[in-house]
Structure formats: C-alpha cells, structure tokens
Design a protein around this ligand. Structure first.
Ligand code: NAP
Ligand code: ZN
Ligand code: ZN
Length: 354
C-alpha cells in the first residue's frame, strides 16, 4: 500500500483537517500520479456539507486533479512516468452498459465510481479525492495533458471545463447563435470561454452587476443582470441556448422566458428540487425544453483538454495553500472567487504537521 497525506472532512459540520490514509499499489492498468494542483469545485462544498444527503465520511474531496505520473502498471499504454496527467470526477465505471460502451461513463447504468464520496467497485473501500499527495487510477480514467499548457489553470478543466464543454457541444452551440451563461463562477467562466471559442454570441447572465467587466474580458459580448426585470424583458424569447450553473434552488421561470421557441435551458448546477416550482406553461407555450447534463465521458474530456490547448483556454485561478481550504470554502459560499480556487499541493508537501 502507498501511504498518502491529505485533508479530509470528518463529518458534515467540522472543518477539513489533515488526514493520513492508504492507496493501492498500482495494478497492471493503473497510473500513479503525484498531485501538483487540485481545483476547489462548488460540489466539494456541497458534498463535504452533505447538501445532497449522500455523503460518506471521512471524505477527501477534490476532482480537478493534475499532476505528474510517477509510475505505471505493465499494461498501461497511454502514459509513462514523467508525463502530465489529469483526473476528473470519475475513477471507474462498469465498462459494459450502453452508456459506457458509447463513451458516456458518467451516465453508467451501474453508476460510475466517483473520485471521492463513492466506494471502489465491489468493495466497501471509500474513494479519496485530490486534496492529497498521490492518486492511483486506472488509465482509462486518466487524461493526458500537453506539456505546453499552464498547469495551474488546467486543473479546473477536469470538472468545471468538461461540465460546460459537454452540453455546449451536445446542443450544437456555434456561430449565429445567442447563448446565455447563467452564473459567473467556476463553471460559468469556463462556459463563457467555450461558447465564445465555439463562435456564439455570448451573454453573461448574472446576479452580480460588478462582475460585468470581468465577464466581457472573459469573452461575453453582453451582460444581463437577472435581477433587472426590465433588462430581462428586453431579452425575452431571444436566446438559442441557456447554460444554467446556479448552485442553489432558484426560480427557473424567468430564465425560460428568455428562450426562443424550441430551444433549451440546461441545468448543470441544481441537483435538488426546483424552488419555486416550474410553471408547465413556460415550457408548453414555445415547445421549450428544460434539461440537465453531468460532466462528460473520458473520450470527450480528452477532446476538451485538446480543444483548450488548441484555443489557448485555461481557467482563471486563485492559488491557495491547502491549509487555507476552509477559508476558501467560506469565500465560495459568499460568491467571492475569481473564478476558481486551486490548491497548490506543494503546501502539503512542505507542511510537517499535515
Ligand atoms: P461557483 O463557483 O460557486 O459559481 C456559482 C455562481 O452561481 C456564482 O458565482 C453566482 O454567479 C451564481 N449564484 C450563486 N448563488 C446564486 C443564487 N442564489 N441565485 C442566482 N445565482 C447564484 O460554483 P461552481 O463551482 O461553478 O458550481 C456550480 C454548480 O454546479 C454547483 O452546484 C456544483 O455542485 C455544480 N456542478 C455540477 C456538475 C455537473 O456535472 N452537472 C459539475 C460540477 C459542478 P453570479 O454572481 O454571476 O450570479
Ligand atoms: Zn466539480
Ligand atoms: Zn456502465
């Protein structure tokens, strides 16, 4: 076994604290990665605090992982020691169902094995995520990262990146379309960058007027403040696609009014019930769709990484030491991040107390 240091949440109410645990020695198809950076996703906050009522403790969060390969098993073909590699939200799936066979492991009918807050397949062993020194993952769930990119800004691509790229591609967003990205946070800022790179006219839809300047710098052509009813009315029935990243219960009805006939709003942020309720008429009159989307499959994640390398896209990050993770969570709750916290894992290496 490999001894690993990390940070874990012991339960839903206590802060994260240093935690020692073991990972398996790499098997024939495994890749052992020394973690260099790990992004802090709002999902880490939801899950450490048991917002989705499915949390398993102790929990080592983190599913925006980049690092250097230190060792590979005998059958690994994709990567070798010294390569840069990334791990996102999944570390395994059944590999046999139709979703897995069609490269959508995130929709595995037997449920994917999540990078943390999950159990290894056929075992009671908890999975532990990227707020740690090392990870061992089957090569199928590892992506290759080109050596030319700014690695700090790549970490968030493994979740925030793929979660926004995948629906934009699935709903064929491109030139000639007006696309709204709702919520300028970790996911939203990547959504703006991708929608722009795909050729769409991009409108940042935000509750925070002070983020307008940043939104334009990130690629938005226009900024729409959702609390401004008159501005919302001016944009009524004008959008070809809406990507909604809001992490909490909110009224989706005013956003549906922004869609043209036959167009869709896709939820990626809201995993809990709609509150207030959805008015059926807001879908019926205009044949509109409300849909959802989860991360992306492994093949598409590699495609997204390559797309980013080609278009020079990375996340805008604020680096934090792992000792500041609880403070970073508090700032995330207060909507005070531009636009993704990334943990520099050197801070763990250098900490004798961890
Ligand atoms: P984040 O960085 O906290 O950003 C969320 C943004 O939503 C905020 O910056 C804010 O933008 C807006 N917002 C926050 N509270 C709001 C409210 N009460 N009403 C309206 N807007 C509000 O979060 P994130 O990391 O991007 O994650 C967003 C959500 O996606 C989380 O729920 C996360 O769990 C989920 N997620 C889902 C997947 C998936 O596969 N579907 C993957 C990753 C994450 P403005 O200030 O611009 O309004
Ligand atoms: Zn995430
Ligand atoms: Zn499957």
């Amino acid at each position: 076994m490999i001894e690993v240091r990390g940070y874990s949440a012991p339960n839903a109410h206590s802060p994260l604290a240093p935690f020692k645990f073991e990972r398996r020695e790499p098997g024939p198809r495994d890749v052992q990665i020394e973690i260099l950076y790990c992004g802090i996703c709002h999902s880490d906050l939801h899950q450490t605090r048991n917002d989705w009522s499915n949390s398993l403790y102790p929990m080592v969060p983190g599913h925006e992982i980049v690092g250097r390969v230190v060792r590979v098993g005998a059958e690994v073909r994709k990567l070798k020691a010294g390569d840069l590699a990334g791990v996102g939200c999944m570390v395994d799936s059944c590999r046999q169902c139709s979703a897995c066979k069609e490269h959508m492991e995130q929709y595995c009918e037997q449920v994917a094995t999540w990078t943390y807050n999950s159990k290894e397949r056929g075992s009671e062993q908890l999975t532990f995520g990227g707020y740690s020194e090392q990870i061992v993952v089957d090569e199928h769930f590892v992506v290759s990262i080109p050596a030319t990119v700014d690695l700090k800004g790549v970490a968030p691509l493994l979740c925030a990146g793929i979660t926004t790229y995948s629906p934009l591609r699935h709903w064929h967003v491109g030139a000639g379309q007006k696309v709204g990205v709702i919520g300028l946070g970790g996911l939203g800022h990547m959504g703006v960058k991708f929608a722009k790179a795909l050729g769409a006219k991009v409108v940042m839809i935000t509750t925070s007027p002070e983020k307008g300047k940043d939104a334009r710098r990130l690629g938005a052509d226009e900024v729409l403040v959702s609390r401004d009813a008159a501005a919302m009315a001016q944009h009524a029935a004008s959008f070809d696609f809406l990507l909604n990243t809001i992490p909490v219960a909110h009224d989706v009805n005013p956003y549906l009014a922004l869609l043209k006939r036959d167009k869709a709003m896709v939820l990626v942020g809201l995993l809990t019930p709609l509150e207030p309720p959805l008015q059926g008429g807001n879908l019926i009159f205009g044949r509109k769709s409300l849909s959802g989307s989860a991360i992306g499959g492994m093949e598409e994640t590699q495609e997204m990484i390559d797309f980013c390398a080609k278009h020079n896209i990375v996340s805008d990050v604020e680096m934090v030491p792992i000792q500041a993770v609880n403070a970073a969570y508090e700032r995330l709750v207060k909507n005070d991040v531009k636009y993704r916290f990334v943990i520099d894992m050197k801070s763990l290496k250098d900490d004798p107390g961890a």
